[in-house]
Design a protein around this ligand. Structure first.
Ligand SMILES: [Zn+2]
Length: 137
């Protein structure tokens, strides 16, 4: 195996291409000892057992990097806006304002075979109440 294009992960012991490893500037080879999947699995496991720490860490990061945080938020907003076509947006708005059976059905997010007319009416009322509350804020 070519040692210049692969590296052995010290966690799962697999010989993997270098692009499977994250960058770590303090390391001699400039790469992390664990491969990306191992790192991700570990981060996820850690986050699961430390939900408060995870949230705190994110908040900490946002406080230390306010500009980057702002940029990230703006970017994601921009991305969401750009991904929607204006025509589709108008159509969706019309649909949601009219609260058509189909729109309410989508909002219910359950198999339409299990949805009764009564349930659609109830959901419609729920959406109207929600909008009323939101509109008052
Ligand atoms: Zn690994």
């Amino acid at each position: 195996m070519d040692t210049h294009t692969t590296k052995t992960c010290s966690k799962c012991k697999q010989n993997l291409p270098l692009n499977m490893f994250g960058v770590h500037k303090q390391k001699k080879d400039g790469l992390r000892a664990w491969c990306k999947p191992c790192n991700q699995a570990d981060t996820r496991r850690w986050g699961k057992s430390n939900p408060e720490k995870k949230a705190a860490g994110r908040k900490d990061w946002a406080e230390k990097n306010p500009d980057r945080w702002k940029a990230m938020k703006l970017e994601s907003q921009h991305r969401n806006r750009a991904s929607r076509l204006p025509k589709q947006r108008v159509l969706a708005k019309q649909k949601s304002e009219a609260l058509s059976d189909n729109y309410v059905l989508t909002a219910l997010r359950i198999d339409r075979n299990l949805v009764s007319k009564e349930l659609i009416d109830l959901k419609r009322v729920q959406i109207m109440i929600y909008r009323y509350i939101r509109g008052r804020k």
